[in-house]
Design a protein around this ligand. Structure first.
Ligand code: PAF
Length: 282
């Protein structure tokens, strides 16, 4: 695997690959890699000639300094995992100046309201930060296809909108959530959970499974209050929000329409670790 440590090295590499007519798949990350990321690379490898990943902990998408400071950084282990997977041809590890040559600031975007729902309400400015780094990475890496996990479903929707609005010739793929045996969605943040908390945190998945069973049988307000009740009784866990939303617009709904698809979204703080999960309802 090639390790590309700055923008110039990356751009020379991309130029050579483009000249050879290689189809490029890209999966950007913030490191602390786990099996969930490995499933992105696997999907990318199956559909491209070449897979590139990046590791860059993007400061502008964090709402508070302590969350940024606490974000796990495990570069040596990440590189070992990437080598072992055999699915990644090159890893881009930009420096801050490669992404933010002037100020470390987000651009401001309009994503037709998707950015104002759910995470947008609870993490103001977060999606501007994500879109800023992804726009820059897309312009530098120039992939044909890019891969993102469905765990951050709203982020995936924002990135699809970004590509549409900027007319970038990149196909965006969502990859199914990778869960451990208990159902806990894999996340870099899980590293900060104790083994006891990890077991407890399977309640997020168990709750979503129940919601899917209740879907179209009881009303949404009734589902909402049952979910609140579940977390009210769970010690060490605090429900930040639970929402059933239209899968297209991500707008919260209080009523199911026959011809629309819905997804349940859940955010829970386990100790001081913020966990996010979602499930398509069928
Ligand atoms: O999902 C992530 O890891 C990050 O939000 C992303 C997409 C790499 C942008 O920094």
């Amino acid at each position: 695997m090639e390790i590309l440590k700055n923008k110039t090295t990356l751009q020379n590499y991309i130029e050579r690959q483009k000249e050879m007519g290689k189809k490029i798949g890209f999966a950007p990350t913030m490191g602390a890699l786990h099996e969930g990321h490995m499933s992105l690379y696997k999907a990318a490898k199956a559909e491209n000639d070449l897979v590139i990943s990046s590791i860059f902990v993007n400061p502008t998408q964090f709402n508070n300094v302590s969350d940024l400071a606490k974000y796990p950084r495990t570069l040596d282990f990440d590189i070992k995992q990437l080598e072992a997977s055999g699915n990644v041809d090159a890893l881009y590890i930009p420096e801050i100046k490669d992404i933010y040559p002037k100020q470390t600031e987000s651009k401001q975007y309009n994503f037709d309201g998707i950015e104002l729902e759910m995470e947008g309400k609870f993490r103001p400015g977060h999606f501007d930060g994500v879109a800023t780094v992804i726009e820059e990475l897309f312009k530098q890496v120039r992939p044909d296809q890019a891969y993102f996990g469905e765990k951050d479903f709203q982020q995936l929707a924002i990135i699809k909108k970004l590509v549409e609005k900027l007319h970038l010739p990149i196909k965006i793929h969502g990859v199914a959530i990778y869960r451990n045996n208990g159902g806990l969605a894999l996340s870099s943040r899980n590293e900060r959970l104790s083994s006891h908390q990890k077991k407890e945190a399977t309640l997020l998945y168990e709750t979503l499974v129940k919601v899917n069973e209740w879907f179209r049988i009881i009303t949404i307000p009734e589902i909402n209050s049952r979910v609140e009740e579940i977390f009210h009784h769970a010690s060490g866990m605090e429900l930040e929000y639970f929402t059933i939303a239209d899968e297209e617009t991500l707008k919260e709904t209080d009523f199911f329409y026959k011809d629309k698809s819905y997804r349940a979204f859940l955010v829970v703080n386990v100790g001081d670790v913020r966990l996010i999960d979602n499930m398509h309802l069928d």
